[in-house]
Design a protein. Structure first.
Length: 285
């Protein structure tokens, strides 16, 4: 694979993904019982915003950096900004924490996490990052192949009854990626019906996602929610116009938790023609 997230760290897609992910983790923390987080495509965990890759695209300038200078945002967005700032010196933004680092820092002592990364150099950096955190295991390999080994989760000999699975692949071959995601979601829900799942997906032309959505509605899940942020109209297949999160088995009234975030992100990150979507594909009973 040629994809390197360093070129895109902190962009509008990361903002949406991490606002949603942290809100889901916070919802899990309302109960004392432990939970497990599985990140199937984890990356290296931390990205320097001054690095050549980041400066080449400058995508963080219109993402996280735009929000950091904006006052009085909804709490669900402010919570995310505090998590990013915690990885940086006071008053500065030097690095951007990726999904596994943000998730790990939100864990409690009783919670556990596994992060998978296929690219060897990225996996090596991830292992170094979590070398001293006993709550986190890092696996160098295909995250899709980790489901059978890691779900349902355990902590030693004890079973963990709750889980969040984050699926964020590079989408280098999109036609092949979406069927793989549906297959993986089915396997997750077969092995652990109560598992919560959060799938990030790119939006270049929204109509190309319709088949993916139709198949998602037939998953053996209690609910399926879609949250999307388009920073420009989806009229070009050649660039990332926006992104979305397909959320399976979401926490109770999770749409109400997210609803203040989307118009705020549209206002501060969007161009002319920006839009949002928050819709149940499968309503909770």
């Amino acid at each position: 694979m040629n994809y390197r997230h360093a070129f895109h760290a902190g962009n509008h897609a990361d903002v949406l993904k991490h606002v949603v992910m942290l809100a889901m983790i916070d919802a899990l923390k309302r109960k004392e019982s432990p939970f497990f987080v599985l990140d199937t495509h984890a990356g290296r965990g931390r990205y320097l915003l001054s690095a050549e890759e980041s400066r080449k695209t400058a995508e963080a300038d219109l993402g996280i950096l735009q929000l950091m200078s904006t006052p009085a945002l909804p709490e669900v967005v402010e919570r995310y900004l505090r998590a990013v700032q915690a990885d940086n010196p006071v008053g500065a933004l030097v690095s951007y924490p990726g999904s596994p680092l943000l998730a790990a820092r939100a864990l409690r002592e009783q919670d556990r996490m596994a992060a998978c990364e296929l690219q060897k150099d990225e996996a090596a950096a991830l292992k170094e990052l979590f070398a001293h955190d006993r709550r986190v295991q890092v696996f160098a390999g295909n995250g899709y192949d980790s489901i059978r080994a890691l779900l349902p989760p355990k902590s030693g000999a004890d079973k963990i009854g709750r889980a969040l699975v984050l699926i964020d692949p590079p989408y280098e071959v999109q036609d092949a990626e979406y069927p793989q995601i549906i297959t993986t979601l089915r396997e997750i829900l077969t092995r652990m019906p109560q598992a919560q799942c959060a799938v990030w997906y790119p939006i270049k032309q929204r109509r190309s996602l319709q088949q993916f959505f139709r198949k998602a509605t037939h998953l053996p899940a209690k609910s399926v929610l879609v949250a999307e942020l388009l920073v420009r109209p989806d009229d070009s297949p050649l660039r990332l116009n926006g992104s979305g999160m397909l959320l399976v088995n979401t926490p109770w009234q999770f749409d109400k938790i997210l609803s203040p975030a989307l118009p705020t992100l549209k206002k501060h990150l969007g161009e002319a023609g920006a839009s949002t979507r928050l819709e149940w594909l499968k309503m909770p009973e």
